[in-house]
Write a protein that binds this ligand. Structure first.
Ligand SMILES: NC(=O)c1ccc[n+]([C@@H]2O[C@H](COP(=O)([O-])OP(=O)(O)OC[C@H]3O[C@@H](n4cnc5c(N)ncnc54)[C@H](O)[C@@H]3O)[C@@H](O)[C@H]2O)c1
Length: 349
């Protein structure tokens, strides 16, 4: 179905999910895209530039602004100059391990960054009249990690209590609460999503799947935390992006949606699965699984995440399109074709 064209501000658009969202939004409609990113260590302009080299015409509807959400003065100028009618907020520090070594960066970027944006957008939204005011929306992109850790049976849903366990998830939980408060206190038109672990091309090699692949490519030990039994619910990034677009355009204001991939697998089983795929794609003189090595557990490591996505399926007709094995195989092919990218990133980090 064709959706109406908008002027969309994406924050964090040079990150892994933000760049996939922009590639999707700009190729399927005639939206204008404004990408705001501070260009942190996990950002990469190439994830969009290489797409625009193949799709030159599309770049006419794209503008990039290097800007930190902590610089509220410049942020205000950008919003009032550009006048977006949809904001999709992904900018955040996103790595749990970094939040353990430097929690304050997560307080600043994820909490203060979000409230800076909300303050400016509220002022901007209040300056709009009639149709433009009614037509404005803010989509806040969050994580299932805000709900904490599950036992072997339960699932997270929109009714789950917030029980964050890491500085990362605590900072995302705080940002979710501020977004909710803007809706309840100011009637500001928000929608919030909480998604499970994403995978796909261009993910920075600090997250599990690219870390496994980077080490296998280098023929180095693959570190797995604790006993490797921690379970994650994996979703292909393109399925997440489709869900975000459904929420941004079709969800009722004030709603919250959980998004999951229905692919639960332990970290150890994921490592073994990737090793077995690599044995076929890039044969070596030993099984790649011989490189798996258990290391000391992450403090406060959540045991299991699992998402019940029935609300978004029922309300918005979203369902995942990509088969887990096929999208994992596609992702591995991408990393094998872009070995220099992943090796350079691992040197920079
Ligand atoms: N990766 C996942 O599995 C996952 C799952 C659910 C939700 N999320 C959420 O989705 C969003 C994007 O995640 P990602 O994996 O693409 O992360 P990422 O780290 O790849 O990208 C985040 C981007 O945000 C930018 N950014 C951070 N702080 C900023 C600031 N103060 N001002 C401007 N830009 C800033 C960074 O420069 C980076 O380009 C995050 O909010 C994350 O919490 C991620």
């Amino acid at each position: 179905m064709q959706i109406p064209s908008k002027k969309i501000l994406v924050t964090g658009g040079c990150g892994f999910i933000g760049s996939a969202l922009i590639r999707n939004l700009i190729s399927k409609n005639s939206h204008q895209i404004i990408n705001l990113d501070k260009m942190g260590y996990a950002s990469d302009k190439e994830n969009l530039e290489c797409f625009f080299r193949e799709n030159k015409k599309l770049k006419e509807r794209y503008n990039f602004f290097r800007l930190d959400l902590l610089d509220q003065k410049s942020l205000k100028k950008l919003i009032f100059d550009q006048k977006p009618n949809l904001v999709i907020h992904l900018a955040a520090e996103s790595h749990v391990d970094k939040s353990i070594s430097n929690p304050n960066a997560f307080v600043l970027n994820n909490i203060v960054g979000t409230t800076n944006l909300l303050e400016v957008l509220l002022e901007f939204w209040n300056s709009l009249k009639n149709y433009k005011k009614n037509n404005f929306r803010f989509l806040h992109v969050s994580t299932d990690e805000v709900f904490g850790s599950l036992n072997e049976e339960d699932r997270f849903s929109e009714n789950s209590a917030y029980r964050p366990n890491s500085p990362y998830s605590a900072s995302k939980a705080a940002s979710d609460h501020f977004v909710r408060a803007w809706y309840k206190t100011f009637n500001f038109p928000v929608i919030t999503t909480n998604c499970s672990n994403n995978f796909g091309p261009w993910q920075f090699p600090e997250k599990l799947i690219p870390v496994i692949l980077m080490n296998l490519i280098k023929k180095e030990k693959v570190p797995i935390y604790g006993n490797g039994k921690n379970i994650r619910d994996w979703i292909f990034v393109e399925d997440h992006v489709e869900a975000l677009i459904k929420c941004a355009f079709n969800a009722k204001i004030g709603e919250q949606y959980c998004i999951g991939g229905d692919n639960e697998i332990s970290n150890y089983d994921m490592a073994k699965l990737i090793c077995s795929i690599m044995d076929k794609k890039l044969p070596w003189n030993k099984p790649y699984a011989s490189l798996i090595s258990f290391v000391g557990d992450r403090p406060g490591h959540d045991f299991r995440y699992s998402i019940d996505s029935s609300k978004i399926k029922k309300d918005l007709g979203w369902s995942k399109k990509y088969n887990f094995e096929d999208s994992l195989s596609y992702t591995i092919d991408w990393y094998l074709k872009n070995q220099n990218w992943i090796l350079n990133k691992s040197r920079e980090n």
